[in-house]
Design a protein around this ligand. Structure first.
Ligand SMILES: NC(=O)c1ccc[n+]([C@@H]2O[C@H](COP(=O)([O-])OP(=O)(O)OC[C@H]3O[C@@H](n4cnc5c(N)ncnc54)[C@H](O)[C@@H]3O)[C@@H](O)[C@H]2O)c1
Ligand SMILES: [Zn+2]
Length: 367
């Protein structure tokens, strides 16, 4: 199965295509269309993905490139640093990369963000191609042009908007992704349904076993639909002034939990908890009925995501950590709530008491 999602030109960059494929067979052909044949290519990957896919990707690229070099970063968020970006710049300089050469990001969101940021800034910007290999990268981080790195504990504090020239996904690489990483990617996918498309959400819920078994037709349909939703939101709001903020559903409390747990839970796991908490606030405000709330909550379970925090978790501490979230409008948190399943909106009136109550619901485990 081959699918294409086309992203139009926006305020933050040129048009590009997202190709959804089952292998790397069409990679060289797709790259050829970018007008960079006989240029130098740098494949940036991580230490887990390198041994699995880098040789194959490079062998395809070698057919059309002048030179293909590889730069491997140690796997993990802890390596998404400016120091490592500086190492990438040095590597590009040593290999005489100029403005017409191209970077390829082969890996999950960490590599996509880093390689994209290196491409955004090296010589004030060179082309780059995303080859996302995690479920999160295939449905979320590779689309929209946000790139960047962490600064100590401050996640994604430094970055740039830089659109890829192409996103090429080979869905079959998901087979080697650890199950927990696959489940974490599902959190953002369920989010796409909850904020924008209730019939898609219903389809995901009804087909959870095929999706969790990675049946290819289901995975293809899911990746395509999630790419379309993310693409639509980010192209309508390329520089993040309004609509794009809906993608932060579950993220205010989710980020606070991520910090509270000292990054021992995966981002998607924290976002699932954050979405349950935000749904609770929506329920308390009368936007969701009891059945809708409990269905949203309980459906995270079959997708391998948590519903609760340990019963010794400190709700007040988590509340205080929501204050350092970047998604602020002046001193008010821009909170994303649900008007109903499939329709999210921004609310700046959510109080500390409501947030605290919602976090406590995650800790109370009696039902
Ligand atoms: N730019 C954006 O818009 C955006 C959006 C969401 C998240 N992000 C960023 O994305 C990052 C998280 O991305 P992630 O969850 O992909 O993390 P990741 O890149 O760390 O990948 C998760 C793990 O899976 C491994 N892996 C990846 N693909 C694999 C495969 N096919 N087979 C085996 N192992 C594989 C990686 O080596 C890593 O250990 C965070 O840094 C986050 O800030 C960016
Ligand atoms: Zn997220």
């Amino acid at each position: 199965m081959s699918e294409i999602v086309s992203i139009p030109k926006t305020a933050s960059g040129e048009a590009y295509d997202i190709l959804i494929e089952n292998d790397f067979e069409k990679l060289a052909e797709a790259v050829s269309k970018l007008g960079i044949n006989d240029r130098k290519f740098c494949v940036i990957t991580d230490s887990n993905v390198e041994g699995l896919y880098a040789d194959e990707v490079e062998s395809k690229l070698k057919d059309i490139a002048k030179l293909v070099v590889r730069y491997t970063v140690s796997a993990g968020e802890a390596n998404k640093t400016l120091a490592n970006i500086a190492e990438i710049y040095k590597f590009l300089i040593e290999n005489h990369f100029d403005r017409n050469d191209c970077i390829f990001a082969l890996g999950g969101g960490v590599i996509g963000d880093m390689a994209g940021f290196a491409a955004a800034t090296y010589l004030r910007g060179i082309k780059f191609v995303q080859i996302p290999t995690s479920l999160l990268a295939q449905t979320d981080s590779s689309i929209g042009g946000k790139t960047g790195v962490d600064l100590d504990a401050y996640k994604n504090m430094v970055g740039a908007f830089h659109q890829p020239s192409l996103v090429y996904m080979n869905m079959s690489v998901l087979k080697s992704l650890p199950a927990r990483e696959y489940a974490a990617g599902m959190a953002e996918i369920l989010k796409h349904g909850l904020i924008k498309d209730n019939s898609y959400y219903g389809w995901l819920v009804n087909n959870f076993s095929e999706i969790m078994d990675m049946e290819s037709d289901y995975v293809a349909k899911m990746i395509k639909r999630s790419c379309e939703i993310k693409a639509r939101v980010v192209t309508e709001d390329a520089l993040e002034h309004g609509e794009r903020a809906l993608l932060n559903f579950g993220h205010t409390i989710g980020h606070a939990i991520e910090k509270y747990m000292d990054f021992k839970l995966l981002h998607g796991e924290c976002v699932a908890l954050g979405m349950i908490a935000a749904s609770w606030i929506s329920y308390k405000r009368g936007k969701l009925d009891t059945e809708e709330f409990y269905e949203i909550r309980d459906m995270f379970l079959p997708f391998g995501l948590p519903l609760t925090l340990d019963d010794d978790a400190d709700a007040e501490e988590i509340l205080s950590l929501t204050k350092s979230d970047k998604k602020m409008d002046g001193d008010k948190v821009k909170f994303v709530l649900l008007k109903k399943p499939g329709k999210a909106y921004i609310d700046t009136s959510v109080t500390d008491d409501e947030i605290l109550d919602a976090i406590r619901q995650l800790i109370l485990t009696d039902d």
